[in-house]
Design a protein around this ligand. Structure first.
Ligand SMILES: Nc1ncnc2c1ncn2[C@@H]1O[C@H](COP(=O)(O)OP(=O)(O)O)[C@@H](O)[C@H]1O
Ligand SMILES: [Mg+2]
Length: 364
């Protein structure tokens, strides 16, 4: 099936003009399709869902439809443009489902392209970081009353830090590739972090913090911005929408956006938590959610930054110990560099604890 055929299978009107692949995402295959209707340009997104990552695409789509419909109703209620502030998944003409399956068994979906929008792959601009924070905060705010437990868990134990540690302990014990001795220092550090890093999961398990709808991929390139005004519009990439803790979303966003270097930068002396970026995202995010947060959630936000950073370090080092079987690596020791980078960041989060607690307090 061509992209044109796929697009024609969905309930979109107008005449096909052209399509182009937009290659920014890491997970899915994404095309921008142009149509024309009554002389007016209409743009859509056609995406092939990555079946290796998402084993049950229909459950992913069910979550997306439920979440976006909930947000759309509120956007409408607030008198805002639903073509701009929320993703819209089209239904297939024949089945009425929000996806089609092609001859190869691949799942495809069709979204409305957010009007006049762009996304940023790298993000150093504090203004954009703050606005991305606002977008993710607003997303949480809209979904405050949504029963998160009713969502499909499309990737089991995604942020179950304790379980990630269990796998880490097993990898150390098994020592399949005889690598334990090479990373003794890193292992010791992560074992030292274990109790604190697992606290968030504990709070969630015993109901001390509420289960919420979480986005689980809170990167800047998953927010669309108005090309003209720079305003943050809709949150994109809802594949990993699942039940979780709000501190997962906040923590993972900070972990990614506020590291002074990229995630696998090998010189750990340069790894640090950039306080300006931390503040920019926090200002945007907390500004939009503070009214719906419980006291315990407020307390848990910076714990989320630590937990998400350590959790990823644990996953990288576990993979190294198991022989680099999960994450794609570009060179031997790539996973060790990644783990060291995240360990250094987690340590800096601890070192700057007083500072970041003061910043978050300012916006709560
Ligand atoms: N509805 C949309 N409107 C505008 N741009 C979009 C839309 N959906 C996706 N994109 C663009 O495509 C990119 C990849 O899509 P995304 O859903 O994030 O896939 P991936 O999971 O591969 O990251 C986004 O970063 C954004 O630039
Ligand atoms: Mg994306």
């Amino acid at each position: 099936m061509t992209i044109r055929d796929i697009c024609a299978s969905f309930d979109v009107n107008g005449k096909y003009v052209r399509c182009e692949e937009i290659g920014t995402g890491n997970i899915n295959c994404t095309y921008k399709v142009e149509y024309v209707r009554d002389g007016e340009k209409k743009e859509y997104i056609i995406q092939r869902i990555n079946k290796n990552v998402f084993k049950e695409p229909e459950k992913v789509m069910e979550n997306i439809v439920r979440v976006t419909e909930n947000i759309r109703a509120q956007v409408k209620e607030n008198g805002l443009d639903t073509h701009v502030f929320v993703l819209r998944a089209f239904r297939a003409k024949e089945s009425g489902l929000p996806y089609i399956i092609d001859d190869c068994g691949d799942y495809w979906r069709c979204y409305r392209f957010i009007k006049n929008s762009i996304t940023y792959d790298t993000c150093d601009d504090l203004n954009i970081i703050e606005r991305a924070g606002q977008a993710f905060g607003k997303f949480q705010n809209y979904l405050n009353d949504f029963d998160a437990s009713s969502l499909n868990v499309t990737i089991a134990n995604f942020h179950n830090t304790s379980l990630r540690y269990k796998a880490f302990h097993k990898a150390i014990e098994e020592n399949k590739c005889k690598r334990v001795n090479k990373v003794k220092e890193e292992i010791d550090k992560l074992l030292e972090f274990e109790e604190k890093a697992c606290l968030l999961q504990k709070y969630l398990d015993c109901g001390e913090i509420p289960l919420r709808v979480t986005h689980n991929d809170t990167k800047c390139n998953n927010v669309s911005f108005d090309k003209t005004t720079g305003e943050a519009l809709a949150v994109l990439d809802l594949d990993t929408v699942m039940p979780g803790a709000i501190a997962h979303d906040f923590g993972d966003a900070i972990r990614f956006v506020a590291n002074t270097v990229i995630e696998d930068y090998p010189d750990v002396d340069e790894v640090a938590l950039d306080l300006d970026k931390y503040e920019a995202f926090t200002k945007g995010f907390i500004g939009k959610v503070k009214d719906v947060l419980t006291e315990k959630e407020k307390e848990s936000m910076n714990l989320g930054v630590f937990a998400m950073t350590v959790e990823l370090a644990v996953r990288f080092l576990t993979d190294y110990l198991n022989g680099d079987v999960y994450f794609k690596t570009k060179y031997p020791g790539h996973n060790v560099d990644r783990a060291r980078n995240q360990i250094a960041l987690a340590q800096d989060v601890l070192n700057k604890k007083d500072c970041i607690n003061a910043i978050i307090k300012k916006y709560l």
